[in-house]
Design a protein around this ligand. Structure first.
Ligand code: DGL
Length: 266
């Protein structure tokens, strides 16, 4: 039994969708969440820059005494997972393997679609992870960068969001994907809209939920889990603009949102 917190980080606010999945799956686990709000977005940045930022955050989280680290950010997982795993004395879990595994299991043979930031799609990390499990799988990938600001604006069902979703997803609809991986922290908030645009038969894979299940397994396997009697506490830290983080964060995690410490990393 280990009552130390789990560290969770993202380029900004979106990783709270993963944090929410962790809170729900592991109600006795405390967490420390870091959102790099000063340097968001990571999606268009180079792999080297994203790796450097991610290492700085890892170091800060380790300084907080975390027992495991969840990279909630898909772009950071795509570019920095192996680097962080090599540098960390505690387990580091990314969002791509769990999402890819769920997609490979859910697909009934049709092509598998993946949507994410420009960086995640260019890295090909989801396609590689899916094809490791299903070498025959056809993977169709589409970057959807405009979804991030739409979600930040709270335009989950806005006509502009629907128009953009129809435009982005048209090639995937034409290809007839049977499974669609939501390969970005923000996209689960657009789930009802994306389901409508893709049609009810397409399975949407939320990497956050899948990742929370993997975190539970890793903690169990390494005997790092908290006692069922523990009362979980959730801390938040950001690199800038605490007020906006809190305001938008409420949309992601409701009343679990609390004040965030401001930690400028560079
Ligand atoms: N957190 C990022 C991701 O999941 C999306 C936002 C960004 O571009 O930083 O890829």
């Amino acid at each position: 039994m280990n009552s130390s917190p789990i560290g969770i980080f993202d380029s900004g606010i979106g990783g709270l969708t993963v944090a929410r999945a962790v809170y729900e799956r592991l109600p006795h686990e405390s967490t420390v969440y870091f959102g790099d709000t000063a340097r968001v977005p990571y999606g268009p940045k180079s792999p080297e820059t994203v790796r450097r930022y991610s290492l700085e955050i890892l170091e800060w989280l380790l300084g907080q005494g975390v027992k495991a680290v969840v990279i909630a950010c898909n772009t950071s997982t795509a570019h920095a997972l192996e680097t962080l795993q090599a540098a960390s004395p505690v387990p580091v879990i990314g969002v791509i393997e769990p999402g890819a595994r769920a997609a490979a299991a859910a697909s009934v043979g049709g092509p598998i679609g993946v949507i994410g930031t420009a960086g995640t799609i260019a890295s090909n990390a989801y396609a590689r992870a899916i094809q490791r499990r299903r070498p025959d799988a056809r993977v169709e990938q589409v970057p959807c960068p405009l979804f991030v600001p739409l979600v930040e604006e709270g335009w989950f069902e806005h006509p502009a969001a629907e128009l953009i979703a129809r435009e982005y997803l048209e090639p995937l609809r034409r290809t007839g994907v049977d499974t669609l991986v939501l390969g970005c922290t923000h996209y689960p908030l657009l789930k009802p809209l994306l389901q409508r645009v893709m049609g009810g038969d397409v399975r949407l894979i939320d990497s956050g939920e899948e990742t929370a299940a993997v975190v539970a397994q890793v903690l169990g396997r390494t005997a790092l889990d908290a006692s069922p009697d523990s009362a979980a506490t959730h801390r938040f830290a950001v690199s800038d603009d605490e007020a906006r983080f809190r305001k938008v964060g409420i949309r992601f995690i409701g009343s679990r949102m609390g004040p965030a410490e401001v930690v400028p990393l560079d």
